[in-house]
Design a protein around this ligand. Structure first.
Ligand SMILES: Nc1nc2c(c(=O)[nH]1)N[C@H]1C(S)=C(S)[C@@H](COP(=O)(O)O)O[C@H]1N2
Ligand SMILES: [Mo]
Length: 335
């Protein structure tokens, strides 16, 4: 176990080329902005290639590789600078592998993301168990560059690869009774050492949920990759939720079940500490956590001497897109 662990930590040491590729990526974004101007002037847009490493570091399943040529790069972008891959893949919350920020990168080698399947059940006309490749196959992968704001007041900017959650939900035909979506993470103490320990804080599986309109919102995605590559295990391989206007704990990792429900599901953090973590968990600088302010955040990379502290934005900067979902709701009550 210990040997395996240190080897996997080595595997995650970052190749020098990554630094270059991120610089290249940022240049491409400038290039893209310029070519958007060219498109207006009637010039054809260039076909885009993977703006990251040509050779992905993470071994990817065949279904993922098959999708790579058709990726729509930069489908949605944040204005902020991208967080380097090294930070996004080494500073994680994934309690199934331990509670330290470094634990997921250190211990997730034992996760087996292939083969993988997702059960879809509850209030749908077409329930069933879908192999992940069949779940993704009909859809184009899109790159979405989103801010991710953890409730612990740190944040990053990550280029995810995925599909809108709405396209999957439409495919399984929700019934008129479907009001909420419940998501469940894998339970397997053999693959997830954090589920083995006597550490009895969380009642596995990790569960999250969304209201139906939140789940159908075009910003909500199911991600299977990031930085142009297959999803690293510590970031929730092979498939996770990303809901950018909510605190990070809503973005549940390594999903094995999606259930459409009539009633609001009981979710992990809300069940553990309902006065600290609500079902909605919308990013809101005005509503403090009982033990700390949410007015600012540490944007990764951040250190003691360079804390990189910035102001937190309402709905994590996505108010224009999502505020209408909550019109008439008291955000202090429904935190
Ligand atoms: N299954 C599961 N999903 C999870 C968590 C977890 O502990 N278990 N942590 C959440 C929290 S608190 C955050 S901030 C994000 C972190 O995602 P990242 O490690 O990719 O940055 O994952 C979320 N999804
Ligand atoms: Mo979080």
């Amino acid at each position: 176990m210990l040997l395996k662990t240190s080897r996997s930590a080595l595997r995650w040491s970052l190749p020098e080329s990554q630094v270059t590729s991120e610089a290249l990526y940022l240049n491409r974004r400038r290039f893209l902005a310029a070519s958007a101007g060219a498109a207006l002037a009637g010039t054809a847009l260039p076909v885009l290639a993977n703006p990251y490493d040509a050779e992905p570091a993470e071994p990817a399943p065949a279904w993922f590789k098959a999708k790579q040529a058709g990726i729509q790069w930069g489908a949605i972008k944040a204005d902020d600078a991208l967080t380097p891959f090294a930070d996004a893949a080494r500073y994680n919350n994934f309690y199934e592998f331990g509670t330290d920020k470094g634990d997921p990168a250190r211990f997730a080698a034992s996760l087996r993301p292939e083969p993988w399947s997702v059960v879809i059940d509850g209030e749908v006309a077409k329930p069933g168990k879908l192999a992940l490749e069949d779940l993704i196959q009909p859809h184009q992968l899109e790159e979405r560059i989103y801010r991710l704001r953890c409730v612990e007041a740190w944040s990053m900017v990550v280029p995810w690869l995925g599909i809108p959650l709405s396209v999957l939900l439409k495919r399984v035909e929700p019934t008129s009774k479907a009001k909420y979506v419940r998501f469940e993470t894998l339970v397997d103490p053999e693959q997830m050492p954090g589920q083995r320990s006597a550490f009895g804080l969380i009642d596995w599986p990790y569960v999250e949920g969304l209201r139906m309109d939140e789940a159908m919102h075009p910003l909500s995605i199911l991600a299977v990759g990031m930085y142009g590559r297959f999803m690293p295990k510590q970031n929730g391989a092979p498939i996770r939720l990303v809901v950018p206007w909510k605190y990070g704990f809503k973005s549940i990792k390594s999903i094995v079940r999606i259930s459409l429900l009539e009633k609001q599901p009981r979710t992990t953090w809300e069940a553990l500490a309902p006065n600290e973590y609500g079902f909605y968990a919308n990013v809101n600088p005005e509503v403090s956590h009982p033990r700390w302010s949410q007015a600012t955040e540490r944007r990764l990379p951040s250190s003691l001497f360079s804390p990189n502290r910035i102001k937190t934005q309402l709905f994590n900067g996505y108010a224009e897109e999502v505020a209408s979902l909550y019109s008439g709701m008291d955000l202090r009550v429904n935190y």
